[in-house]
Design a protein around this ligand. Structure first.
Ligand SMILES: [Zn+2]
Length: 240
């Protein structure tokens, strides 16, 4: 049974491994909620320093550029805040220290709904996506229980629901008709990723259109699952 549309949350926190992951996974859902008044926070775990095919790239400049792009994308979606945890791109681990960092973000932002990578999605090779997913689930467990990381001095917080994006199993769809353009615009704000992630390079006008058409087709396909015009699909966990 696939559920459709959570009640619009007062506060939502989306956690991704890299700048642009959140937009790919749930950008239209965040745009929809933000338009209805949800306080949306985005949290990016890594510094994005592997995100180029240019082997002579100035990595400090790349990191700064990607944070700027992420802030622009957040503004397009209507998110209020972006938190950068700045772990080294490609080297994210789901150990205690990063878990404490994610726990602190959850306790400080007090979201009703958390969104993050599905840590159980099979046959995924990028380790950061797996570890970011584990950090979301283990971060929620720590955030809700007072004896985890008491030195943080922040009150525990238990979110009401977790939506895992790019899910291994789909049991929830958000209806995002009218918000897919916003997702595409937010993704295009990640200009440094056009070539490596979005296949926009030597023929940008045409390739941007191809990229946009692909995202519209994906939204239609995900919506169809629940009889909707456009959707983003998730694995939903309420028992947190
Ligand atoms: Zn990623």
């Amino acid at each position: 049974m696939t559920s459709v549309n959570l009640p619009v949350p007062a506060r939502a926190l989306a956690i991704g491994a890299h700048a642009d992951d959140i937009e790919f996974g749930c950008g239209a859902t965040l745009a929809k909620w933000a338009a209805s008044g949800t306080h949306v926070t985005m949290c990016v775990c890594t510094d994005g320093s592997k995100g180029t095919w240019d082997d002579n790239a100035d990595l400090a400049a790349l990191i700064a550029k990607r944070e700027e792009e992420q802030r622009d994308a957040a503004a397009i979606l209507g998110a209020v805040d972006v938190v950068f945890l700045r772990y080294v791109d490609g080297e994210l681990e789901s150990g205690l220290q990063p878990r404490a960092a994610v726990c602190k973000v959850i306790r400080r932002t007090r979201p009703d709904v958390v969104l993050g990578h599905d840590p159980w999605q099979p046959y995924r090779i990028h380790p950061d996506h797996f570890h970011a997913g584990m950090l979301v689930t283990s971060g929620i467990v720590a955030a809700r229980d007072p004896h985890f990381f008491p030195e943080q001095g922040v009150a525990p917080h238990r979110p009401g629901a977790l939506l895992c994006f790019e899910p291994g199993r789909v049991d929830h769809v958000e209806h995002v008709d009218g918000f897919v353009e916003r997702k595409i615009d937010a993704l295009l704000a990640h200009r440094s990723q056009w070539r490596s992630t979005m296949a926009i390079d030597d023929d940008p006008d045409r390739q941007r259109a191809v990229f946009a058409a692909k995202l519209h087709a994906q939204a239609r396909a995900e919506g169809l699952r629940a009889g909707l015009r456009a959707g983003e699909s998730f694995a939903r966990i309420d028992d947190l």
